[in-house]
Design a protein. Structure first.
Length: 187
């Protein structure tokens, strides 16, 4: 990932492309899994999504977004513009690092939550690539870093809110394949 201001997410969903496309492009369905907003599948459409504000991190709860492009049932490119500034400032502010945020496992320091979000993006990058037939190669440094971080948390990662059971990697698997199998994917 050469541009630090860009996150590309590729995720595999075990559903027909039309069903996944509906979940990504119909406002009432987007609201169920992400945030409510006035999304419209139209290049150049700017819209707002609203969520709960997290004062400790500087997140206002408002996300400005824009549809950059799409290929029906294959690719959806969206820019989230406003969240970057507040989140980047919070990540860089030592006073925010220990702010407690609610998570499925209870309160966690902001610094840990922010780290987990980047790990989530890494995994879902592969998921989207698999689901859309895109390039499934992940940044090997990022894979190695996250894999080493996850290994001691094996048992905790098997909770319903996290990952499913590990998948045995094939003999001679490379690091990315071992990592994906560890988080329950079937590369």
């Amino acid at each position: 990932m050469s541009d630090p201001t860009t996150i590309e997410v590729d995720t595999f969903y075990p559903h027909p492309p039309a069903k996944v496309w509906r979940a990504l492009t119909e406002p009432e369905l987007i609201a169920q899994w992400l945030m409510p907003g006035d999304f419209r599948l139209e290049v150049g459409h700017r819209y707002t999504m609203e969520s709960r504000a997290v004062a400790a991190t500087g997140f206002s709860g408002m996300v400005q977004a824009e549809v950059l492009g799409f290929e029906e049932e294959k690719v959806l490119r969206i820019a989230w513009r406003e969240i970057g500034t507040g989140l980047a400032e919070a990540i860089d502010d030592p006073a925010c690092a220990d702010a407690q945020l609610p998570t499925p496992v209870g309160l966690m320091p902001f610094a840990e939550v922010a780290g987990a979000l980047s790990e989530d993006v890494l995994i879902h990058t592969w998921d989207l690539a698999r689901g859309t037939g895109g390039d499934e190669r992940l940044d090997q440094e990022a894979v190695a870093h996250v894999f080493e971080k996850f290994k001691p948390m094996d048992e905790a990662l098997r909770q319903p809110w996290a990952f499913g059971p590990k998948v045995p990697p094939p003999p001679g698997a490379d690091l990315q394949t071992e990592f994906l199998c560890f988080v329950g994917r079937r590369p």
